[in-house]
Design a protein around this ligand. Structure first.
Ligand code: MN
Length: 203
């Protein structure tokens, strides 16, 4: 179910600088797929986790952002698939438009699918998402290590609820508040406040 119809239907590309999609080729062969986490200061501050699969970015809005503490269960609301071009999107979405507010690329990198069946065979990302459980290794600039996403609501609900947790590994660190300690963009170093101060609501 890789489809940008909902993404495009929600947006007016005459008004928002967000990409319409369709210009970037997906990861192939033995390339690791990409991921990003965007900090999005919209009507409610949240962090958008996006994982490349099936030529799009599978997406979740995580109100509290990721945690390095395996005891933390972070609510992750599934949102519509986004185009691959969204990996580098940073800026101000106009007021009154869908997602209106400021967005920075909080982390970016590659991920590796760790989801396996009982016999140890890999389950493809798209199939794992259909089944409601995905385990993956993030290789970002801020985040490294294994994480898991587990669906807690029915797959037929309009907005699926998932839980994002840090898997217990050497990269887990209950003492660190990674979201609080590293607020800036990995692309430009800017905070959401600085981006808004520079760009405002635009034209
Ligand atoms: Mn968002």
């Amino acid at each position: 179910m890789a489809d940008l119809h909902e993404y495009r239907a929600r947006r007016d590309f005459e008004r928002t600088a967000e990409p319409a999609g369709g210009a970037v080729r997906p990861a192939r062969g033995n390339e690791w797929p990409k991921f990003c986490i965007q900090k999005h200061d919209a009507s409610h501050l949240h962090y958008d986790l996006r994982l490349e699969a099936e030529g799009v970015l599978k997406s979740w809005a995580v109100p509290k952002g990721p945690s390095l503490d395996p005891a933390d269960k972070r609510l992750a609301m599934r949102t519509e698939d986004h185009p691959l071009e969204y990996l580098g999107f940073e800026g101000v979405i106009p007021q009154g438009e869908y997602g209106g507010g400021t967005m920075i690329v909080w982390d970016v990198g590659f991920f590796r699918n760790l989801t396996v069946d009982r016999k140890g065979f890999e389950i493809a990302v798209a199939d794992a998402l259909d089944e409601g459980h995905l385990r993956f290794w993030l290789e970002g600039k801020k985040l490294r290590g294994a994480f898991a996403l587990t669906r807690t609501s029915g797959a037929d609900e309009p907005r699926e609820k998932w839980i994002l947790v840090k898997v217990r590994d050497r990269m887990a660190d209950p003492e660190r508040d990674v979201v609080g300690e590293e607020p800036g963009s990995v692309l430009t170093g800017r905070t959401t406040e600085q981006v808004f101060a520079e760009e405002g609501w635009g034209s």
